[in-house]
Design a protein around this ligand. Structure first.
Ligand SMILES: Nc1ncnc2c1ncn2[C@@H]1O[C@H](COP(=O)(O)OP(=O)(O)OP(=O)(O)O)[C@@H](O)[C@H]1O
Length: 236
């Protein structure tokens, strides 16, 4: 399975942010998406999640060269700023999600098993989400894709808000599930990208390119990324 972008364009107020993105993401890999502030990473995620429309181009899934559109159940999106209903407890929210989608969900487990997976304290599960920290809200969002197991998982800067212990656990978790998914991860933390991701994609000057995978462990790789991202600034 692949997620393909073909000629995606988007402008805001006359400024072309995405100038025709062409890219293929493969199942079984974690992609780090790097780009400077305002490069268009969130815009791309919003287009993939069908929250905004591209002006031109399309994104679609392919299997054996057969093309199909991305349906809502193919994709999970973890926002950098989590949006959750404040008036529910974490447990109520997850239960509601499971009840709503249970006909589409495979291998369902007891709700507490999912909370255990993300190391969510027992007493916090039954508190209103209104009082949750940013990191706790991110964890709740992550639970949604661990339960729903969609093909495409988009993560917009989520690990940054997690404490070091949980971030490490989440990294392990993402690596353990990657085989069955296409995971795209936007971050400003270079170390995290090179450490966690199988491929690094760079969004610069409205275009997307992939860095040579063989150089991931290379000492000069991070310098190369910074050079490329600086180039974007000159081109802008
Ligand atoms: N709804 C909108 N209306 C007007 N301009 C927008 C809108 N959404 C995004 N933009 C502009 O598009 C550009 C790309 O923004 P986007 O949030 O996608 O960048 P980003 O790469 O995610 O940035 P960051 O790393 O700072 O989060 C920015 O110049 C931003 O101001």
């Amino acid at each position: 399975m692949e997620l393909r972008l073909a000629g995606i364009k988007k402008s805001f107020d006359g400024k072309e942010v995405l100038k025709g993105l062409d890219f293929t993401f493969e199942k079984g890999k974690i992609y780090g998406l790097l780009g400077r502030n305002g490069a268009g990473k969130t815009t791309l995620f919003n287009i993939l999640a069908d929250e905004i429309k591209a002006e031109d181009g399309k994104a679609y899934l392919t299997a054996q060269e057969e093309e199909r559109p991305i349906r809502p159940k193919d994709l999970s999106y973890v926002y950098s700023t989590p949006v959750l209903p404040d008036f529910l407890t974490g447990y109520e929210f997850i239960k509601f999600f499971v009840d709503l989608h249970k006909n589409d969900l495979d291998h369902l487990q007891p709700i507490d098993t999912y909370f255990d997976l993300i190391q969510f304290e027992k007493e916090d599960r039954h508190r209103l989400m209104k009082g949750y920290s940013h990191g706790m809200k991110n964890k709740i969002q992550m639970l949604l894709f661990l339960i729903a197991k969609p093909m495409v998982i988009l993560l917009d800067e989520p690990l940054t808000s997690l404490d070091v212990v949980v971030a490490l656990e989440m990294k392990k978790l993402l690596k353990s599930i990657r085989e069955d998914h296409i995971i795209i991860f936007s971050t400003h933390i270079l170390q995290l990208a090179t450490d966690l991701c199988d491929e690094i994609a760079i969004l610069h000057d409205g275009k997307m390119s992939m860095l040579d995978h063989d150089r991931l462990g290379d000492e000069t790789f991070e310098e190369e990324i910074i050079r490329l991202l600086k180039e974007e600034n000159h081109g802008a």
